[in-house]
Design a protein around this ligand. Structure first.
Ligand code: NAD
Length: 481
């Protein structure tokens, strides 16, 4: 059984407690590795290393940081096959998905922010006052923390670490204890790339074990968090009174709004992906599908037909389109929502239960892709984040009605709208309460654009300049000459 370690000051160290947590292979439901169960002592060592490394790292040129980050991106790309396999085994996602999306994106995150930092600049304001000018510096914050979830492990971990390092901060990063294996390989690769000791420290453990300590540590200046809304709220309650900068990317329950005039074939193919990709465990998945009434019955028939063709199977099998969900507790959560949907009067059009595979996968965590109809917009199934391969469908008649369904929810991460009417597309995009709107597409990403949600889905934005602004502090200098 592989045992991974914390990376502190470029050394690979056992946790202070010498305690480890099991890491499960969700495809078979068995432990296959061990991850440090770190505590405050480990965090203290990581923060000390990051603090010691900060003066020299923050004084390096953007070009120097660019070169190291590009080296790391190259190493990730070189290890595409190995890293994709690590991610697939650890998370349960199809190997093909890890290979096409997760790992290439992790490399892109480093490459993108390596380039972005060479273009980043402060502002200057010449004044009405004669002979006076202001310039605004953008300086790194110091030691910052990055906390990531399990659904896109290396993809989201690097989405935070890359801008933090590019901006000249030193980093203490914590991946999810549920999927820590690709983060451990990243730690090894960062040493190989030549990052100096203490610049990137990766420590493992639970939210309760070190998460709270990160949120309250006086030397951690900022926390970039992606995960559930409940945990985001907890971090905010601890960090806000200590005046830390916070970026919170949290849960979603996104509407997928389909008008009768849409490009039907493209909509149908994309809706299969936006419903069930990564077993529905993407914060951007459109789990509430709203269809204009004239095409409701046709959509229902075609969508069911395509959904039952999805191949639920072992993540490493090339034929698999839908792998295992990430853990037993998460499997149980999804199944409990299927019970809730039943008790709320939902009709299951397909799926609706755990999928049992043959040995050696008979203890794995598989769920049949599920479509439910007949539920009201305000029931729990339609209001709470399930985060599995489960969607609801409902008809609508007017723009005002569907806008009400879409917005009447605590979340506001993303929305997809399908229509060929350009005026309607703009009208809807303006009135939707979400941080991200896709029209006639889904999850088409440009890393320069602001990424994040409103309401209970998020505070702040990641991506492009926004991320570099988050990881820097402004200092205005006013000069009379
Ligand atoms: P989670 O909130 O349980 O855990 C996320 C991370 O926070 C993990 O590393 C965990 O160990 C850590 N953590 C837990 N308790 C903590 C505490 N008290 N203090 C500090 N850290 C703590 O989320 P998850 O189950 O890993 O991920 C699924 C959730 O993430 C879903 O709600 C999903 O919508 C959300 N998500 C959001 C986005 C986005 O961009 N908005 C992207 C991906 C996932």
């Amino acid at each position: 059984m592989q045992r991974i370690l914390n990376q502190i000051n470029n050394e690979f160290r056992a946790p202070a407690t010498k305690n480890y947590l099991p890491v499960y292979d969700p495809s078979r439901g068995i432990p296959y590795a061990e991850v440090p169960d770190s505590n405050e002592e480990d965090l203290e060592a990581a923060v000390a290393a990051a603090s010691a490394a900060f003066p020299a790292w923050s004084a390096t040129t953007p070009t120097h940081r660019h070169d190291l980050m590009v080296k790391l991106a190259d190493l990730i790309e070189k290890e595409l096959d190995t890293l994709a396999k690590i991610e697939s085994i650890d998370n349960g996602k199809p190997l093909s998905l890890a290979k096409a999306v997760d790992i290439p994106r992790a490399a892109s995150n480093f490459r993108f922010f390596a380039n972005a930092i060479t273009q980043f600049s402060g502002d200057a304001h010449s004044m009405n006052e004669p002979n006076a000018i202001n310039y605004t510096l953008r300086q790194p914050l110091g030691v910052v923390a990055c906390i990531a979830p399990w659904n896109l492990p290396l993809y989201l971990f690097t989405w935070k670490i890359a801008p933090a390092l590019a901006a000249g901060n030193t980093v203490v990063a914590k991946p999810s204890e549920v999927t820590p294996m690709s983060a451990f390989r990243l730690a090894e690769l960062s040493v190989k790339a030549g990052f100096p000791p203490g610049v990137l420290n990766i420590i493992h453990g639970t939210g309760a074990g070190i998460g709270n300590a990160i949120s309250t540590h006086p030397k951690i200046k900022a926390i970039s968090f992606t995960g559930s809304t409940a945990v985001g709220g907890k971090i905010a309650s601890l960090a806000a009174p200590r005046f830390k900068k916070l970026s919170l990317e949290m849960g979603g329950k996104n509407p997928n709004i389909i008008f009768a005039d849409c490009n039907y074939d493209e909509m149908l193919a994309t809706t299969i992906r936006s419903s069930f990709a990564n077993q529905g465990q993407i914060c951007l998945c459109g789990s509430r599908i709203m269809i204009e009434r004239p095409i409701y019955e046709k959509f229902k028939k075609d969508f069911i037909e395509k959904t039952i063709q999805l191949k639920v199977g072992p993540p490493l099998d090339p034929a698999t389109t839908t792998g295992a969900v990430v853990s037993k507790p998460h499997l149980e959560k999804i199944l409990s929502y299927l019970d809730i949907a039943k008790s709320e009067g939902g009709t299951f059009l397909c799926g609706g239960k755990q999928k049992m595979l043959d040995a050696p996968y008979d203890q794995g965590y598989y769920v049949e892709p599920t479509i439910i109809e007949g539920l009201s917009a305000d029931c729990r199934t339609n209001q709470e984040e399930i985060f599995g391969p489960v969607v609801t469908i409902m008809p609508f008649d007017t723009e005002a009605e569907v806008l009400g369904y879409a917005n009447d929810i605590p979340y506001g991460l993303s929305t997809t709208i399908w229509t060929q009417d350009i005026s309607r597309a703009h009208r809807m995009a303006k009135d939707i309460e979400a941080g991200i709107v896709w029209i006639n597409t889904w999850m088409l990403r440009d890393l320069r654009t602001p990424f994040g949600g409103v309401k209970s889905s998020g505070v702040g934005r990641e991506g492009g300049w926004e991320a570099l602004r988050f990881f820097t502090e402004m200092k205005n200098v006013c000069i009379r000459f």
